[in-house]
Design a protein around this ligand. Structure first.
Ligand code: SF4
Ligand code: SF4
Length: 123
């Protein structure tokens, strides 16, 4: 009985967490839209998304909660048998870092072009 209850409360917690993430990504998206509305000259830094496909466990958080719909799940599988995300529209990326924050496997992160250049210098 107790086990059953804790299973239910875990499910409920997960639902709340998902709802929370959905709300946060919606707010980020709204803020981004509003910033664009008030300042048409606003420049979002360009960058790129790094994905280590072999670390991915296919949860889909990064794809679902990306506020600007940059990612999609690949039809391919990684070596562990999971679908992994791929970038479908890098121009939409606002480098918010939400995908990196949500990924439980540390398999995805954005970098700005500036960071990329700095890394090149360090190498
Ligand atoms: S940093 Fe990640 S979550 Fe944010 S817009 Fe880019 S791909 Fe989407
Ligand atoms: S959040 Fe991480 S583990 Fe989940 S699908 Fe995206 S890259 Fe894979």
């Amino acid at each position: 009985m107790c086990g059953h209850q804790s299973k239910n409360s875990k499910k409920l917690n997960l639902t709340y967490r998902k709802l929370e993430f959905k709300i946060v990504s919606f707010i980020l998206y709204k803020e981004w839209k509003e910033m664009k509305f008030f300042d048409n000259n606003l420049k979002v830094p360009s960058g790129e998304i790094h994905i280590v496909k072999e670390r991915c466990k296919g949860c889909g958080f990064c794809v679902t909660y990306c506020p600007t719909n940059v990612l999609e799940m690949s039809k391919e599988f990684n070596a562990k048998g999971y679908h992994f995300p791929i970038v479908k529209n890098i121009d939409n990326c606002i480098l918010c870092g939400l995908c990196e924050m949500l990924c439980p496997e540390f398999a995805i992160w954005p970098t700005t072009t500036k960071e990329k250049e700095a890394n090149k210098v360090l190498k």
